[in-house]
Write a protein that binds this ligand. Sequence first.
Ligand code: FES
Ligand code: FES
Length: 182
Amino acid sequence: MPRITVNVDGTDYTDDVEPRTLLVQHLRERLGKVGTVVGCDTSNCGACTVHMDGHSVKSCSVLAVQADGHDITTIEGLARDGELHPMQQAFHDNHALQCGFCTPGMIMQSLDLLAETPDPDDQQVREGLEGNLCRCTGYQNIVRAVRDAAQRMQPGAGPPMEHTDDTPRQRTGEQQAEVTRP
Ligand code: FES
Ligand code: FES
């Protein structure tokens, strides 16, 4: 069996793996990184998205052996010192998740999008996330969250993700209408 060393969320892991093992299987079943989830196994849903050397990949379409010597970041590697990453906080503040199953992949893909396009418009967000499926939200609040995160992540934007008393905790009627709009 091939022996691989992969840096995952800042830690090196060396393991013997079957050549056919998928990266997502390795992350979840060997390394316990269960924040990365499997929604389809056919490269369609994007739920398994992680970063490899800073770029998003669908970890169900990468073999573990292909990750040998590479840096992988999962959703579990984003928070720092107990503080959510600005993108995670923006998803929370904008009610951009319901069941949450798509959320790890959405967040990882959204970060890749912002690395390329730091201040995207709605259409650019939708196109950037076209490989990630959500069965719950209707996408509107996800688009809102990504654009919110983009502003919070601008250079000089100050401490990210202050949660103020006026931050909406409940979805408004208007937002609900957008969520359910076909
Ligand atoms: S589980 Fe990888 S794209 Fe769906
Ligand atoms: S929040 Fe349920 S699939 Fe997206």
